[in-house]
Design a protein around this ligand. Structure first.
Ligand SMILES: O=P(O)(O)OC[C@H]1O[C@@H](O)[C@H](O)[C@@H]1O
Length: 142
């Protein structure tokens, strides 16, 4: 699976850790930056990851900023993106089962790395349930 990943300066250390973990596990990772802790603005990075997923360049995306909020809003501006900001393993599971979230957002200043890894694992392994939830997510695009 090809995963697009992006962050701002606040999310950079966690992005590096998540990227390394995914590469070790055999995922293909397309990194849209940023590439350091030098201060940048999150909107462009969220948009780039969202666009990669919406265009089919990557199957799923992961975006990280300090809180996870700004970069999730940015990703969700791209048509076809369902970006879910998750702070727990349960939220990660539900975002896949019910919302078919195609982009995961996390806040590097909100959660520890260990929890972030558990969120990523659950999010990547959980399938969409479909059924009534398909009707609902289709309504999001209308
Ligand atoms: O490091 P500074 O610029 O103070 O804070 C940036 C973070 O604050 C929030 O807006 C976002 O989460 C962003 O990552």
């Amino acid at each position: 699976m090809k995963i697009a990943i992006g962050c701002d300066h606040a999310g950079y250390p966690l992005k590096v850790a998540v990227k390394d973990k995914l590469l070790k596990e055999g995922f293909e990772v397309v990194d849209f930056g940023t590439d350091s802790v030098e201060s940048v603005d999150y909107p462009g990075y969220g948009k780039a990851v969202g666009k990669a997923v919406a265009d089919g360049e990557a199957e799923k995306g992961i975006v990280i900023c300090g809180s996870g909020i700004g970069i999730s809003i940015a990703a969700n501006k791209v048509k076809g993106v369902r970006c879910a900001l998750c702070t727990s393993v349960e939220m990660a599971e539900m975002s896949r089962r019910h919302n078919d979230a195609n982009v995961l957002a996390m806040g590097a200043r909100m959660i520890e790395q260990d929890l972030a890894f558990k969120i990523v694992d659950k999010w990547l392994e959980t399938d969409f349930e479909g059924g009534k939830h398909l009707r609902r997510i289709n309504m999001l695009d209308e």
